[in-house]
Design a protein around this ligand. Structure first.
Ligand SMILES: Nc1ncnc2c1ncn2[C@@H]1O[C@H](COP(=O)(O)OP(=O)(O)OP(=O)(O)O)[C@@H](O)[C@H]1O
Length: 246
């Protein structure tokens, strides 16, 4: 059974057809990326999964059961403003659990063992403005995974980081995924990031979004950073860029 499946999704925003006939899925423990032109409807698709956007039609299932109004079976890390500036790191990383009704003290105990692997040990009482960009994104990701939902949605988590930090974060996330094997759906504009991290990559068409291409990424795991210099990697990167640019 798939962790997530979307069949025949149509979304119209105002008069604008944004998604038409979109089909995609993610198996349990699979890392799946979505690449697509800017404005093609990627975040809108995530909006449908989080309940922020109402679709015209479509069959959406999480672990086999239809998505419901107010469904909490996806944990979402937004593109921007993921952390509340007035809450400490600990207050931010427990927020997802607290919103779901977990008592603050219980939520704190739950996230504590994760502070170290997320590189946040000793920083729990700092505020977001006192952290580096990479640390902020790790805190936002910790808040998302702590919710222990069957599907993680990450909308361009490293998009605003400088190139060096981004590449460090990609390596770190790859290692964390090896350890925890979350089911991830990642939106990114970075073809290398998609290839380095994913088991499969979907390429969306220009709006209205549908799947223009689906590419299996079969490099063995765990993946070493040198993989991106491999000719087979470069060939797949070129193929994806061609699909993306047309
Ligand atoms: N509330 C809204 N009403 C009308 N149009 C909207 C609304 N929200 C988004 N749109 C439009 O829907 C289209 C798809 O937006 P969306 O944010 O899903 O694209 P995207 O693929 O995630 O883009 P990007 O890669 O730039 O983040 C865009 O043209 C956007 O302007």
């Amino acid at each position: 059974m798939n962790a997530l499946s979307i069949e025949g999704l149509d979304v119209t925003l105002g008069d604008l057809p944004v998604v038409r006939g979109l089909d995609l899925y993610a198996r349990p423990g699979e890392f799946v990326s979505i690449l697509g032109p800017s404005g093609s409807g990627k975040s809108t698709t995530f909006g449908v999964l989080t309940g922020a956007v109402t679709p015209d039609r479509g069959d959406i299932r999480i672990t086999g059961d239809a998505l419901r109004t107010g469904d909490s079976r996806v944990a979402f890390m937004p593109q921007k403003d993921a952390l509340l500036p007035w809450r400490t790191v600990l207050g931010n990383v427990t927020l997802g659990l607290e919103v779901r009704g977990t008592k603050r003290s219980v939520a704190r105990e739950k996230v504590r063992p994760l502070l170290e692997p997320f590189g946040l040990d000793g920083f729990e009482n700092r505020y977001p403005a006192q952290l580096s960009g990479g640390m902020r994104q790790r805190a936002a990701l910790l808040r998302t995974v702590a919710q222990e939902q069957p599907v993680l949605l990450l909308d361009e988590p490293f998009g605003a980081l400088d190139a060096l930090t981004r590449s460090q974060m990609q390596r770190w996330l790859q290692g964390m995924w090896e350890k925890y094997r979350w089911t991830v759906l990642l939106i990114t504009h970075d073809v290398r990031e998609a290839l380095y991290l994913s088991d499969r990559v979907y390429v969306f068409s220009p709006r209205p979004a549908r799947v223009a291409a689906e590419v299996a990424v079969e490099f063995e795991r765990p993946r070493r950073p040198e993989l991106i210099g491999d000719p087979a990697f470069a060939a797949l990167e070129a193929e994806l860029l061609k699909q993306l640019i047309g």
